[in-house]
Design a protein around this ligand. Structure first.
Ligand code: SF4
Length: 449
């Protein structure tokens, strides 16, 4: 179990020197116990105490890294139950299932689909994360061959699933450089998997039907020095598994029970044969609390909504997504091209720039830093107001790039037109653009004629 704030406090220097950024050692200890601050922030802790406190300074759910190279990812490291309490840290990973009795052509097709699913939204790349290979054939040679074939087709991290520990040992030995998850250790074969974990360094999935089973396995693993664990408490029944995910997360975060403080893996692919239902189930695990979510299909109508939903859940509510304040050139504009202005909320920028691009009218898009707020929010907060907009336009350098001194403001803030013209001076004219982004192409085409 993790140390309490008072237990940590007893080990600190108690000088209240404030160098950690907290007014007292006790305040620092409380934050450390809550996993909200790094132990390194106190420069006065001896190595001995550091070692004793290192566990307390780790997040209640440990971070586990899967795979190697540019496609590797991390899960876990969460510190809160609800996104609005602070933020979620490492987004869920989506894995697609491949069964080793599928024919090689089908396997190649699925892996190519997995690789090809890449979307860009508000400046972020959305994609699938892993391939889960199941030893459905229960044939070791076949399984190893399929794993080898898949690794030649993708760099995505792997989850290797078999009911035969010897097959998993062979796979872990052969593919340990790829750092796949080995699924799964159970109460019956724990010593065998401790050896695999120690020899290969691969993350181990631990499977149990009850919380007592899981606690017994993770405790034994921890005592053996293996913390690279992923919990599978699934009965493959949605209701049970949903409940289990919540209990695990609460035990790890609220009770600080280290035996449950690991990322989890869930298998919606085994809960239903209906692709739409699978997507709905997966979406629930995105929010609560499946760290790795295994799916059966790569249809874009199923995957795309999940990727978008995950992106929204895993943005940091304390930091609005924003783009850089600057003049964006869309389609090689010249001195006669229209000049538009908007705010630096990512979604606003990408929607407006997308519509300007689709209009095929080369334009200058001025993006003003309003701390990542949308146009109306920034206006209501006093950040997108005539005085500040005029200051930005004058400093931006746009006047040197265009002959026609006209600027198009969003239709939602049409009321700023007169005051902004006053702030900008006689040289500039302010034009009110459309309220909705979808009307931008039509507006621009008419505007330049
Ligand atoms: Fe206490 Fe260390 Fe913080 Fe100083 S830096 S107040 S000694 S916890």
């Amino acid at each position: 179990m993790a140390l309490s704030g008072l237990e940590i406090f007893k080990k600190l220097p108690k000088t209240n020197c404030k160098e950690c950024g907290f007014p007292t050692c006790l305040a620092f200890a409380m934050q450390l116990a809550a996993g909200k601050v790094e132990l390194e922030k106190c420069p006065h802790i001896s190595d001995e105490v550091k070692e004793a406190l290192s566990e307390a300074s780790q997040p209640p759910i440990l971070k586990v890294e899967i795979g190697v190279g540019e496609e590797s990812f991390a899960v876990g490291e969460e510190t809160v139950l609800f996104r609005h309490d602070r933020t979620f840290v490492n987004q869920n990973a989506f894995a697609i299932i491949i069964e080793d009795d599928m024919d090689s052509g089908k396997i190649e097709e699925v892996v190519k689909n997995i690789n090809s699913i890449v979307y860009e939204r508000v400046g972020q790349i959305l994609k699938l994360d892993a391939v889960c290979i199941k030893n459905k054939s229960e044939n070791r040679e076949k399984f190893l061959k399929v794993v080898g074939d898949v690794t030649s087709l993708t760099k995505k991290p792997l989850i290797l699933v078999s009911v035969d520990p010897e097959t998993l040992k062979s796979a872990a030995d052969m593919f340990k450089e790829n750092k796949p998850i080995i699924h799964a250790a159970t109460a019956d074969n724990i010593d065998f998997f401790i050896a695999i974990g120690k020899e290969t360094g691969c993350p181990i999935a631990v499977r149990g039907k009850t919380f007592e089973d899981i606690a017994a396995i993770t405790e034994k693993m921890r005592n053996a020095g293996i913390k690279n664990l992923v919990i599978d408490i699934g009965s493959r029944d949605f209701k049970d598994d949903f409940y289990n995910q919540i209990i695990l997360r609460m035990a790890a975060i609220k009770q600080k029970n280290r035996l449950f403080g690991y990322p989890t893996i869930v298998f919606p692919d085994e809960m239903t044969d209906d692709p739409l239902k699978e997507t709905l189930i997966a979406s629930i695990f995105v929010a609560k609390y499946g760290s790795i979510i295994v799916l059966s299909n790569t249809n874009s109508q199923n995957i795309f909504p999940l990727l978008i939903y995950r992106q929204n859940i895993y943005t940091d509510p304390r930091r609005p997504m924003q783009v850089e304040q600057k003049i964006y050139e869309i389609g090689s504009p010249n001195e006669s091209s229209p000049v538009l202005i908007t705010t630096n909320f990512s979604l606003t920028y990408f929607i407006i720039s997308g519509e300007v691009e689709s209009s095929k009218v080369p334009s200058w898009l001025l993006v003003m830093d309003v701390e990542g707020q949308s146009v109306l929010t920034a206006w209501a907060a006093g950040k997108f107001v005539p005085e500040l907009i005029a200051q930005f336009i004058k400093k931006s350098g746009i006047a040197e790039k265009v002959k026609k001194k006209e600027i198009v403001i969003p239709g939602y803030v049409a009321q700023l037109q007169g005051e902004l013209e006053e702030e900008l001076g006689e040289e500039w004219k302010v034009v009110v653009g459309p309220r909705e982004a979808g009307e931008v192409p039509k507006f621009l085409k008419e505007y330049i004629t």
